[in-house]
Write a protein that binds this ligand. Structure first.
Ligand code: UGA
Length: 337
């Protein structure tokens, strides 16, 4: 199979690339960054910025003629949404809309990455369901929601286009995929004007032996999905293409729910276990707007209903919370040795 991965140098895209190479697929990756794109004969890496060179993408699609494309182009970092909401819109909506139009125009079946964030701020009812849950965002002056807003609008345009043009597409909503290389670790890879996601913030503090900062109240919850399970889910969707096309599909692990304060404690205990020490790491509570800026608002709870993917493909996440964090932390530590 010929697979094109747009944004294939990112966290999810680079793991997808490796999984498809393992299956002996012919893989082409496009990204403006090459942090995770080691030189490798099995795939072709094209480094360019699609936002300023859509013609290069068009040429590549014409020459490679992919059987499917993954659109992983995104900024998926709350630290960035509040730091630069306009570029969040430019990348997560505007650029993505152009990419979708290009893929549909060439009739390339594609998987588009949306986000669990579209479900918003408050979970009022049962686990989030793709077809029945309301999407409840926070107030508009809380600019964090510009990401979810962009993603929701794009989902609707993709679905409208699917009904009209019949280009096959599948929209996936990842629920907090986690792995050792999710983001940069500031003290080791350099500071940016915005902060990475929570795993990398906590790892940074653990490695540097400084306080882990938990955004108050600390009872906000997330359900984590190990990246290896997530990639299996995506491959199961590709393998069941006809059943899945035209659908919006949650990928997540409802059984792996944890409060963020508890996650900080878990990572402290795992760090001591891994390093065979009993260091007394400290936790401090911090207001979200102090850490991220005024535009910050938080999702309090986000539990996916995964019955749809299970029914369509038989997939279910296997890795439990403690294992996925331990494996991720060991790999992060080893990457510095
Ligand atoms: C983010 C993105 O917005 C989603 O689109 C994406 O799908 C998701 O990550 C993901 O990784 O899949 P979120 O879960 O809010 O959503 O991202 P994190 O930055 O990892 O925050 C998780 C929680 O940890 C939040 O409550 C945040 O306030 C808290 N946090 C973050 C801390 O307590 N301390 C920190 O140093 C950083």
């Amino acid at each position: 199979m010929k697979v094109m991965i747009l944004g294939g140098d990112g966290f999810i895209g680079s793991h997808l690339r490796d999984a498809h190479i393992k299956r002996d697929d012919s893989v082409v990756v496009v990204d403006e960054c090459d942090l995770r794109s080691k030189k490798c004969d099995s795939y072709k890496f094209h480094k360019f910025d699609i936002s300023i060179n859509m013609t290069a993408l068009d040429d590549l699609i014409y020459l490679f003629k992919p059987d499917i494309a993954y659109n992983c182009v995104a900024i998926a970092n709350p630290g960035f949404y509040t730091y630069n909401p306009i570029d969040t819109f430019n990348i997560d909506f505007d650029l993505n809309y152009n990419i979708i139009r290009e893929l549909s125009g060439r009739n390339i079946p594609f998987v588009h990455f949306s986000t669990s964030e579209v479900y918003g701020r408050k979970q009022l009812t049962d686990n989030y369901n793709e077809e029945t849950s309301d999407l409840i965002l926070g107030p508009s002056h809380k600019l964090r929601w510009i990401y979810a807003t962009s993603k929701i609008l794009l989902e609707q345009l993709i679905l409208a286009n699917f009904n009209k043009s019949k280009t096959d597409c599948i929209i996936v909503r990842p629920f907090n995929f986690i792995g050792h290389d999710i983001d940069w670790i500031p003290a080791y890879h350099g500071q940016k004007e915005w902060i990475p996601r929570v795993y990398s913030c906590f790892m940074n503090s653990l490695l540097d032996k400084i306080d882990l900062q938990v955004v108050s109240p600390g009872t906000q919850q997330r359900c984590y999905t190990y990246i290896d399970d997530a990639i299996e889910a995506l491959l199961s969707i590709i393998d069941n293409w006809n059943k899945c096309k035209g659908k919006v599909i949650n990928i997540g692990a409802p059984q792996n729910e944890i409060e963020i304060l508890e996650l900080a404690k878990l990572m402290i205990s795992l760090m001591n276990e891994i390093r065979e020490e009993k260091y007394n790491h400290q936790i401090s509570l911090i207001d979200g707007t102090k850490l991220y800026g005024d535009g910050y608002d938080d999702s309090q709870r986000r539990v996916p209903d995964v019955s749809l993917i299970n029914q369509l493909t038989g997939w279910k996440a296997k890795t439990e919370l403690r294992d996925m964090f331990k494996q991720s932390m060991i790999k992060t530590i080893n990457s510095f040795i």
